[in-house]
Design a protein around this ligand. Structure first.
Ligand code: SF4
Length: 226
């Protein structure tokens, strides 16, 4: 990595973190924190869309392509609460019930696997419905940052989850920039004394949906989930 690129990443980190700090506001209420998350997502999308026009192979990711929806999804608490708020207002009772059933089934499957086995086992994200993300507009940053330049490599990885030698289909420069943005956003929330632990979406989303005490814990500066 050249000095110039390192300097660029440093600037990206500082500017993204400062924007998130500002957008969270001083009152740290649920609405301003959701806005900070959504605005961060917009900048992440914009960065990928802008860069993709310069990538010769193009970015192959599109809505309803779900090869990457079978891995563990790392999320921070602000993302979980943005998703659970969205689900509570836009899902029907039946859709919520079905999600809870999928999430419980998912947890049961994961609990029977070692960490090493989990990495090489396809388990559908509980938010995946008919090959489409059911919370696409508020999908987590780990999902948004994925930008594959080779859908065949994604397909191969999905069909051969035990093959750890599969080509990394992301652009290395864009990957470093988007990862930097993601870490900076977490740092922005953490600067407001908000838990920035990385959680497994499959484990904690169900808690956020079922009991508002977790969001209260988070807003009060505590670790959001046990
Ligand atoms: S949150 Fe949506 S995009 Fe991310 S893994 Fe789950 S279904 Fe796929």
């Amino acid at each position: 990595m050249t000095d110039m690129f390192q300097e660029q990443l440093k600037k990206t980190f500082e500017s993204e973190r400062d924007l998130v700090i500002k957008e969270c506001g001083n009152n740290k209420n649920s609405s301003s924190l959701n806005t900070a998350t959504i605005n961060f997502y917009a900048r992440l999308d914009e960065t990928i869309a802008g860069a993709s026009t310069h990538i010769e192979q193009g970015v192959h990711c599109k809505k309803s392509c779900s090869y990457c929806c079978y891995f563990r999804v790392d999320v921070s608490a602000n993302e979980i609460f943005a998703i659970s708020d969205c689900m509570q207002t836009s899902f029907t009772n039946e859709e919520l019930k079905q999600f809870v059933e999928r999430a419980n089934e998912n947890k049961k499957q994961i609990s029977m696997l070692s960490q090493a086995k989990r990495i090489v086992t396809n388990i559908a994200c509980p938010l995946l419905v008919d090959d489409t993300c059911s919370v696409y507009a508020v999908r987590p940053s780990m999902c948004r940052k994925i930008h594959s330049m080779n859908v065949e490599a994604c397909k191969h990885s999905y069909e051969n989850p035990e093959d750890r030698n599969v080509e990394n289909a992301e652009h290395p420069v864009l990957s470093a920039i988007t990862m930097t943005m993601l870490i900076a956003a977490r740092d922005g929330f953490s600067s407001h004394n908000l838990d920035d632990t990385v959680y497994d979406l499959s484990e904690v989303l169900i808690f956020a949906l079922e009991d508002s005490k977790y969001k209260k814990r988070w807003l009060n500066g505590k670790k959001a989930f046990p």
